[in-house]
Every structure is written in structure tokens, then in C-alpha cells.
Design a protein around this ligand. Structure first.
Ligand code: PRP
Ligand code: URA
Length: 209
């Protein structure tokens, strides 16, 4: 069974409270999504392996540790996932970024991949999938299935808000994928929106409503 990490850090919770507010402007919403992603990235990469190196300071040789060449990729689910990319890249400036676009087939309701562009060596990389909302879990589960079909072996999912329904779906479909959220909300409403949530993340990031 995968682990669910809920970040209760005061900085994250403070920013999340402003993010949820319906009166928050597009500008501030964008900034906060990015900042929350940056803070979550800090914790979600805590298990990166380190190697010992020696560094000559102006005074002496210091035994230091650096990240041991782990190959990573960040994969946003279009479109709202894009809002989390800058925050991740500001913490990991050389990280490769793949993109997954999905829509739901109106007849079958199955997620259909309309865009899938990954770094060429994606099967060698550990992947952090980012999408602010984990609602029914349909999008995240499908995106992760497509990544596994492309040969990716180690995947984490990072969302700002998760619903219990989405967490349950992810744990059933992908028990190997750890989930990182800033909040676990109460339930989904009849339209598949997270309650209390923050509304439509894509619309609030891109100002399309
Ligand atoms: C939102 C969100 C997730 C999805 C979550 O995207 O960013 O991708 O809904 O819902 P689910 O867990 O029930 O699949 P949306 O479909 O609104 O598209 P957008 O990012 O283009 O706004
Ligand atoms: N997608 C969103 O953007 N918000 C929700 O609450 C659920 C799905």
C-alpha cells in the first residue's frame, strides 16, 4: 500500500488558506501554487541519495555531500499541473520536464491521452507527477499508467489538495506510488469537485473563468 504524506507545515498551510479563498486574484493564485509546489518539493525529495565529496574551502578541505546523480523528471498533467512546474524547477534547476495531456472520452468516460512528450530516457528516471487536484483520481491514475507503459519504474504523485476518493483510487490502481498532498479534504460533490477544495484549479491559474 502506498504512503500518503500530508504536509502540515505552517508555511504551506498559510499559503493554502489564501489559495482556497474565492477572492484571491489570478496573480496571487499562480504565485501561491508555485510556492506551495516549491515547499512540497523540498520534502518530497528528502529520500534522494547522497554521495560524499571533498570540497576545498578557502580554509581547508570539507567533507560534503551532494545528490548522487539520481535521474529525475517532473511530469505535469495538463493543464493545471503546469502551475506547479516553476516551483519544482526553482528547487531542481536541471530537472527534465515531461508533459501529459488527457481528456475524458464523452462516450466511454475513459481518459484519452492527447499529448505525451517525455525526455528520451524517461524509463531511467524517477518521476514526480504534479497536478494540484486529486479528485476522483481518474486523471492521475491514467497518467501514471501511461508512464508505466513507457517503462518508468519509480513514480511519486504530488497534489495540493486530495479527496479521499482520489486517494483510494490511486492506492487501488497504483499501490507502489506514494502520494504527497498539502491537504486531504472531505469529499467530492456531484460534479466531481473537491469539497471544500479551491474550485477549478486550471481556471484559477489561467484566468479562464
Ligand atoms: C483537473 C485537475 C486534474 C483533474 C482532477 O483538471 O487539474 O487533472 O481535474 O480530477 P480527477 O481526479 O477527477 O481526474 P481538469 O480536467 O479540470 O483540466 P484542466 O487542468 O485543463 O483545467
Ligand atoms: N478539478 C479541479 O480543478 N477542481 C476540483 O475540485 C476537482 C477537479
Amino acid at each position: 500500500m502506498s504512503k500518503v504524506h500530508v504536509f502540515d507545515h505552517p508555511l504551506i498551510q498559510h499559503k493554502l488558506s489564501i489559495l482556497r479563498d474565492k477572492n484571491t486574484s489570478v496573480k496571487v493564485f499562480r504565485e501561491l501554487i508555485s510556492e506551495i509546489a516549491m515547499l512540497m518539493c523540498f520534502e518530497a525529495t528528502r529520500d534522494l541519495p547522497l554521495e560524499e565529496i571533498e570540497v576545498e574551502t578557502p580554509v581547508a578541505v570539507a567533507k560534503c555531500r551532494r545528490i548522487a546523480g539520481k535521474k529525475l523528471a517532473v511530469v505535469p498533467i495538463l493543464r493545471a499541473g503546469l502551475g506547479m512546474v516553476d516551483g519544482m524547477v526553482s528547487m531542481m534547476p536541471n530537472v527534465k520536464v515531461g508533459h501529459i495531456g488527457l481528456f475524458r472520452d464523452p462516450k466511454t468516460l475513459e481518459p484519452v491521452k492527447y499529448y505525451f512528450k517525455m525526455p528520451p530516457d524517461i524509463e531511467e528516471r524517477d518521476v514526480i507527477v504534479v497536478d494540484p487536484m486529486l479528485a476522483t483520481g481518474g486523471s492521475a491514475s491514467a497518467a501514471i499508467t501511461f508512464l508505466k507503459e513507457a517503462g518508468v519504474k519509480h513514480i511519486k504523485l504530488m497534489s495540493v489538495i486530495g479527496a479521499p476518493e482520489g486517494v483510494a483510487r490511486m492506492q487501488a490502481d497504483h499501490p507502489d506510488v506514494d502520494i504527497f498532498v498539502a491537504a486531504l479534504d472531505d469529499h467530492l460533490n456531484d460534479h466531481g469537485y473537491i469539497v471544500p477544495g479551491l474550485g477549478d484549479a486550471g481556471d484559477r491559474i489561467f484566468g479562464t473563468k
